[in-house]
Ligand binder design. Sequence first.
Ligand code: TYM
Length: 334
Amino acid sequence: MTKFQERVFSGVQPTGTLHLGNYLGAIKNFVELQNKYNCVYCVVDQHAITVDQDPKELRSNILEVLASFIAAGVDYKKQIIFQQSSVPAHSQLAWVFNCVSRIGWLNRMTQFKDKAGKNKENVSVGLMVYPNLMAADILAYLATHVPVGDDQKQHLELSRDIAQKFNNDFGVEFFPQPEPLIYGSATRVMSLRDGSKKMSKSDPSDFSRILLTDDDDTITAKIKKAKSDSELIPGSKEELQSKPECLNLINILSATTNQSVDQVLSHYAGKEYSSLKKDLADSLVQVISPIRGEINNLLNNQDELNVILAEGTEKAAAIANPIIEEVYKIVGFK
Ligand code: TYM
């Protein structure tokens, strides 16, 4: 038994239109979890500016992510959805965590190494300390469960280390150890052009990803063009290991039809890719087309989206502010 009340927290960056990886790896689970938990879902705009953003685009991306949450089924009346920069508790706690977290820990973050590449000396400081802000996002709500895709696993481990070190340093049992919730058949959706790279907003090829705003013909065309090979679909998971592009298509179909990977595999074993691709395109159209329609409806009424954000901010601040007060007392500010 833990003394902490269960609460879910997660965030999505407003850095462009959301793709199938964001949906299957995270947002689909956000929707399911709201039946069981109190949930706080955040548009993490402060994370977005760790790399250059055009201010006008950033504002419209914030509203688009909010609209995508709602269109996918997040219930903004029962749960909390809001924008990170509107609740100062995130930056306040992030500063405290900058002083708890260790440079050696951040140096091990593989996502920083990937993003900074050879440019390590010239990227923003924010990009490096971003996992401390992520820990602050979660722990400002004493959240116990964090649904994310597989690529955030290491950042979640760091959040746990920061919570533990804070508790040890100050001799308290104040922060919980947030548990990652990484589940489903599509915890790591890969690029449709290269099965060794994850699907991402930053890939130069539009054909590498399916967007939540793609129309039906575009979805079908992207799946048709997805990389495959000239052999038949194998019958076992072992054989699939050497065919990452095929594995990716099977995983996606498993996630969109709520069948197990084994069920999907046994259906397509020995068949041509064309039959898998046709069914996959149909299934994706079924999932994405209502979401796309709803995103467009919501974006046509931006005043309403702004009201939803303002209400979410109020509810989020009501939880986070007293927690920051406590933290300030623990560290000796008050
Ligand atoms: P972000 O904005 O890059 O991605 C949002 C969510 O989508 C998941 N995801 C994927 N899942 C499966 N396959 C993929 N190809 C794929 N690409 C992205 C991510 O794992 C994520 O769950 N640092 C986070 C945002 C964040 C956050 C937080 C998350 C900030 N503070 C606190 C949880 C808790 C990020 O950049 O996600």
